[in-house]
Each structure stands twice: as C-alpha cells, then as structure tokens.
Design a protein around this ligand. Structure first.
Ligand SMILES: [Zn+2]
Length: 294
C-alpha cells in the first residue's frame, strides 16, 4: 500500500520527449502496472473536465498521480470510513463522484471530516480524484446510468448543450417499454433505489410512459421535464414549494440524493475495468448516505 511518488524524474520530462514517455508506458504495462495519471486520463476521456458546471471543483483533489496504482476504491462520497477502507485494502486511489474539496483552506487541523480525510489521505499516500458535474453532463454519465436501471429506452439529454461534436448536458428523458400506473411505477422506483422514504406529489391516475430524471439536486430541470411532456420527474431533492407549483403539471418523485446517484460507482467500475483489467478495483462497502430514516 501507499507506494509513494513514482520516480521523480518522470514529473519533469518535457512534453517533447515523447519517445521516452512511450518507452516508460510500455515498461509499466509490461509489469502489469499503471500510473494513477493513466487512470485519471481514462476517466477524463469519458467525462472531460470542461463539462463541469461553473460552481464545481471536479478533478484531482489530493495527491501525486505519478505514483503507480495499487488499486482503486470507488465511491459517491469520500468519508473517513472510505479512506480507512482504501488503507485497509492497500489501494492508493479513491475515485468519488462528489468532490471532497469545495473551498479554500487557511489551515488544515482535522477540525472537520473534510480536513481529517485530507490528512489521512496524504499520510497514506492516497490520491483522491472526483468526477462530478462533468460526469453528470457526460454522455453515458450519471443520469444514463439511472435511466438504465429504470429500463428506459430512447434516452436523450433533457437540457442539451453542444460540446464540440458531442451532445452533453443536464438530466435525461426516456421511455418505458410498457406503461405503468403511478403507484406501480413509484413502488418499483422505491425498491430499485432502496429508498427509505419516497416523497411524491398528488397522484392523478396518469399512466407513466415518459420519464425525465436528474440525479442529485435536479429540481431545476422540472420546467424542462414539463416542456418535454414527461409523465414523471425523478430526482434526489425537491423543495417544498415545488410540490405546490407542479401539483397538476407533472408527477414529482423525490428519492433522496444518495439513493439517486448511488449507481454512479458502476460507471467508474466499467471505465477502469475495461481499460485496466489487471488493476484491483472495488466499489466501497460503506454506505455514505448521511441521511437516515426513522
Ligand atoms: Zn450529487
């Protein structure tokens, strides 16, 4: 665990020494090993950092990516228990959806869980990398995974933004292969996402066929869902007054932030498994949901 630093000279190789870099790459692969930065590149090819929203802090959070990867632990949130898990497994890379760091620090003394995670990660030579709104907005990202779990077809971006030749953006909308009653649909969603308490607005006896959704705090897309003619909008968090406003406009299902995004780990898993089949990779066994239900 925690094989630190890699070889320092690699960090100062100028870009034009491409041949030397290629040789290094072949050499590390020959030993069945790879540097953390190669894994980061694979994640960023899937979810490019420029796709992230303005408020976000996705990308490398902590550590030196020149180190050889000893294993990757995948999670939604970085908590102390998750860092402990990585230490116990001997893995030196944690890939999370939610960034650990959002603000500047004047001191790091361990006074809250973020500072304690930072200290613990650095002490154990663990790299922390986060793919957040760039993964929300990416093709095949967080919302596509939710749509896949629900079994939606013809899945499209709900609020598309063209990035080069790629259609990216927030939320998705798709269709069920067979209509379901509101109650059957909501019960299925509750089971599927293991929701402790599924909140919804008044039922109107609609049949559910067209489903719009956005993992996490996605209520800002409610107008788009209505405009698309969706029968239901599923997200993690909805404000009280939205329930009034959308009362007879669309069925709103609030399933919890963690619950809605929990399968994001599977996206990381497939990207890393496919590119680095020999690397130890595991989804965290820690349920990091900070919200409990009575
Ligand atoms: Zn989230």
């Amino acid at each position: 665990m925690g094989r630190s630093g890699g070889k320092k000279e690699h960090q100062i190789i100028p870009k034009n020494f491409g041949k030397l870099k290629t040789n290094t790459y072949l050499c590390t692969n020959f030993r069945g090993q790879m540097k953390i930065k190669e894994i980061v590149s694979a994640l960023e090819r899937f979810a490019p950092l420029p796709l992230q929203d303005g408020f976000d802090n996705a990308g490398l959070q902590i550590g030196l990516t020149e180190a050889e990867a000893t294993g990757a632990l995948l999670c939604l949130d970085v908590t102390e228990a998750v860092v402990d898990e990585a230490v116990a497994l001997g893995y030196n890379l944690i890939v999370s959806h939610h960034p650990l760091i959002f603000k500047g620090f004047k001191s790091i003394t361990g006074k809250d869980y973020v500072e304690r995670c930072i200290m613990k990660a650095i002490q154990n030579n663990i790299v922390i990398y986060s793919a957040h709104t760039n993964l929300d907005n990416a093709q095949g990202g967080v919302n596509y995974k939710i749509a896949e779990k629900i079994g939606l077809k013809n899945v499209q971006v709900l609020d598309p933004k063209i990035q080069g030749e790629v259609v990216a953006g927030a939320g998705v909308v798709g269709e069920l292969t067979e209509s379901e009653t509101e109650t059957d649909f909501l019960k299925r969603i509750k089971r599927l996402f293991e929701v402790g308490c599924l909140k919804h607005n008044r039922l109107h006896g609609r049949l559910i066929r067209k489903v719009a959704l956005c993992g996490g705090s996605g209520a800002f897309l409610l107008p788009n869902a209505v405009e698309e003619g969706a029968d239901v909008f599923i997200t993690g968090e909805v404000k009280y007054h939205d329930y009034f406003y959308y009362d007879n406009r669309i069925l709103v299902a609030e399933i919890g932030h963690y619950e809605s995004e929990q399968y994001t780990k599977e996206i990381f898993y497939s990207i890393i498994r496919e590119r680095f089949p020999e690397l130890d990779v595991q989804m965290t066994r820690v349920n990091t949901n900070p919200i409990k239900y009575l």
